[in-house]
Write a protein that binds this ligand. Sequence first.
Ligand code: ZN
Length: 152
Amino acid sequence: MYIGIAIVLEVASLVMVSSVFGVSNGSTYPFITMAELSDQEKKSLQEALLALQEELSAMLSHSKEAAAPVDLDAPIGRLSRMDALQEQNMALANRQAARSRMKQSEAAVARFADDEYGDCLDCGEPIDIRRLMAKPESAFCLPCQTRREKRR
Ligand SMILES: [Zn+2]
């Protein structure tokens, strides 16, 4: 369920932006940076960010109930209690992921306002537009992100 929601969010933002850019598959066209985008294209990235935030906050408010603590004394039987606990755990993990993505997208919106959006926070190099289209909240270029994930 966690992966499902993440994919839905991913696809939704990708589809939205790619419809503006007229791109359907990100694998074949060359490296493009923010500097090469028109104002209109920049605007659509910014809109994708805001749309992502809306989706995330909707997801967070919908999942509140599912993440509520399970009443262990409720007379629902051992198996359904395990189901309930598992569901709660998944909801918590989902919400955690959504919250962290929300933070990233808020930071990205701030970078947009400062005209720093699209530059990697680690190396300062421009982030490939394909990456920004797929994940508009990206703060790091792919090599830096990969390095950070390996370090963990
Ligand atoms: Zn970098």
